[in-house]
Design a protein around this ligand. Structure first.
Ligand code: ATP
Ligand code: MG
Length: 205
């Protein structure tokens, strides 16, 4: 087993064509709370990965969830993270892939699934399909506020990591999102409110 990544809360091990995501101890948390949280997020992520595939969104297949040792075993998605892709692809490619991602997020939201950490590190392009990973902060909810917050996190990620391409990325993403989620108007209105509130808070800090 080889360690291939160390994220903010987990180590990713590669074992053949599978990865094991192990949520590691955070010593700044009280031990009891830390274990509960890691167990909960492991279970939640495993369940959501399975659910997401059932509704037709690409995500790695899960072969084992062991909440007792905070591990999930899943397929290794051998592709390019959108984080790296967007920093080197052509404008046309950027638009095309962002629209694909938008379509998938529209399907998630339509089915009452919020990802919770929509960033371009959590999306991998493989065989022209966008795979979603890292569902530990995900939720089953259809509340418009939660859906809009999900999009606001992504827009912030576009802004901070892909500023140069913010407009084409966002426009194409929303173009895709509208195709699969009829409720887009309400979600975008609420996103607007959230952004206004953000600007207000920042101005008064
Ligand atoms: N199934 C997978 N296939 C391919 N790569 C993966 C897979 N799971 C995780 N990775 C790689 O490991 C990185 C970290 O994984 P993940 O996002 O699940 O953990 P995390 O600790 O929540 O990370 P972060 O807090 O940095 O988002 C991903 O950005 C990706 O590069
Ligand atoms: Mg991640």
């Amino acid at each position: 087993m080889k360690e291939i990544k160390r994220g903010a809360e987990a180590i990713i091990w590669l074992e053949g064509d599978q990865v094991i995501k192990e949520r590691i101890k955070k010593s700044y948390r009280l031990q009891e709370i830390d274990e509960k949280l890691r167990k909960y997020r492991t279970r939640k992520e495993g369940k959501l990965l399975l659910e997401v595939q059932r509704i037709g969104v690409d995500a790695p297949n899960v072969s084992k969830i062991s909440e007792e040792d905070f591990k999930i075993k899943m397929d290794y998605v051998e592709g390019t993270r959108l984080k790296e892709l967007f920093s080197q692809a052509s404008d046309e490619e950027i638009r095309r892939v962002s629209e694909l991602a938008g379509k998938s997020v529209g399907i998630l939201h339509k089915n009452g699934i919020v990802h919770g950490d929509l960033t371009t590190s959590n999306m991998i392009l493989k065989d022209n399909r966008v795979f979603f990973i890292d569902f530990g902060l995900g939720e089953n909810t259809s509340r418009i506020e939660n859906l809009a917050t999900d999009l606001s996190v992504l827009k912030e990620a576009f802004r901070s990591t892909h500023f140069k391409h913010l407009n084409p990325l966002w426009d194409s993403f929303i173009k895709g999102y509208k195709q699969t989620n009829d409720n887009f108007n309400k979600v975008l209105e609420t996103l607007n409110d959230i952004e206004k509130r953000g600007r207000y808070v920042r101005r008064n800090e």
